[in-house]
Design a protein around this ligand. Structure first.
Ligand code: COA
Length: 332
């Protein structure tokens, strides 16, 4: 017998301030046409002065807990995926834990940049499967605007701030089944997660600061074309790996909920899967790239507007600095 982790609630939060491409073009040498044409991004949300990653994370987590219909006291693990913690330490997750009123268990941050949410999904799922946690709040939250070089037009136009969260809970015990056996991919919950990283590609996307190297926070640096090339290849391979592990074909997927880096990358993955565009949840036009927050933000939007329904098969995938990449397959 084995335990499935079921997603029983979701929530998200975007800061109020919206910066359009037109506003950006008054600050740096860029245009709305260039940004939309290369990325699909039209605007991004930015955290207010004094509004921290923990504030965004808390609001998303509160909404996810309310949606799940549980109380914070039932949560025994809180995982926060972020690249922009409030401080070097303590873990921002511990601040959110206390503000939520979570009194049991543990809270920690994980860092896999834009792949943070799928990494967190794998960690949460494995804690639940191992019997070490029963109710997990998994948050992706970022104030990426704080680590951007606002004079570097090749990066500052791409990112935004926001947070999204899900609540996972240990479901009923179900009989063991291996890929290919009838029923192995039926039932609710996380069906599988798949993670990869390759530190040989650190230089493609990184921050040029940190506590141990420069004692400064630093700014995002990126080889855009190199990242693009790897994204297209790595995301196609992770999607195939996930489908094969579950004995499924692309047409079995009801919704692709990808990390929202760039519309051209989303289109390329959908094309490789043979998925029509209306099966892909897209928020990059309005949110830009919110790193670890982008998947739960997109998921929450599609759940609340009724696109994602119980029983739907959802494929989430992401790639980020490291490079890291991964995917999770969930029956809603
Ligand atoms: N506005 C106007 N022009 C810009 C610009 C901007 N915001 N940013 C760069 N340019 C210019 C460059 O200076 C260059 O000009 P030049 O030809 O005179 O030197 C030209 O546009 C082309 O730049 P290039 O970097 O070759 O563009 P590109 O086609 O590779 O597109 C990205 C750039 C960043 C949009 C694209 O590489 C990309 O999306 N990469 C993936 C990034 C990503 O998703 N990262 C996060 C992963 S989690």
């Amino acid at each position: 017998m084995r335990i499935r982790s079921e997603i029983i609630g979701c929530g998200s939060y975007l800061p109020e301030r919206v910066m359009s491409n037109a506003e950006l073009s008054t600050m740096i040498d860029t245009t709305d046409e260039w940004i939309v044409g290369r990325t699909g991004i039209k605007q991004r949300h930015l955290a207010a002065d004094g509004e921290l990653t923990s504030d965004l994370a808390l609001k998303a987590a509160e909404r996810a807990i309310a949606h799940a219909g549980i109380s914070a006291a039932e949560v025994d693990l809180l995982i926060l995926a972020t690249t922009t913690p409030d401080n070097t330490f303590p873990a921002t997750a511990t601040k959110v834990q206390t503000k939520l009123g979570m009194t049991n268990g543990a809270a920690f941050d994980i860092q896999a940049v834009c792949s943070g949410f799928v990494y967190g999904l794998a960690v949460a799922d494995n804690f639940i499967k191992a019997g070490q946690a029963k109710t997990v709040v998994l948050i992706g939250a970022e104030t990426f605007s704080r680590i951007l070089d606002w004079e570097d037009r090749s990066t500052c136009v791409l990112f935004g701030d926001g947070a999204g969260a899900v609540v996972l809970r240990a479901g009923e015990k179900i009989p063991d089944a291996s890929p290919g056996e009838v029923g192995h991919n039926r039932g609710r919950g996380v069906l599988s997660t798949h993670l990869h990283s390759d530190g040989a590609t650190n230089d493609l996307l990184y921050v040029d600061g940190g506590p141990s190297s420069t004692q400064t926070v630093g700014h995002v640096r990126m080889d855009g074309k190199g990242v693009f090339r790897h994204a297209v290849a790595n995301l196609a391979s992770i999607v195939i790996e996930t489908l094969e592990a579950n004995g499924l074909a692309p047409e079995d997927i009801d919704w692709l909920v990808p990390h929202q880096a760039n519309k051209r990358i989303l289109d390329s993955t959908a094309r490789k899967l043979g998925l029509p565009n209306d099966k892909v949840v897209v928020t990059v036009d309005r949110h830009a790239n919110t790193s670890a927050a982008s998947i739960p933000l997109a998921l929450d939007e599609a759940v609340r507007d009724g696109r994602i329904k119980q029983g739907d098969l959802i494929l989430m995938e992401a790639m980020g600095g490291g490079l890291t990449w991964g995917a999770g397959l969930v029956r809603w």
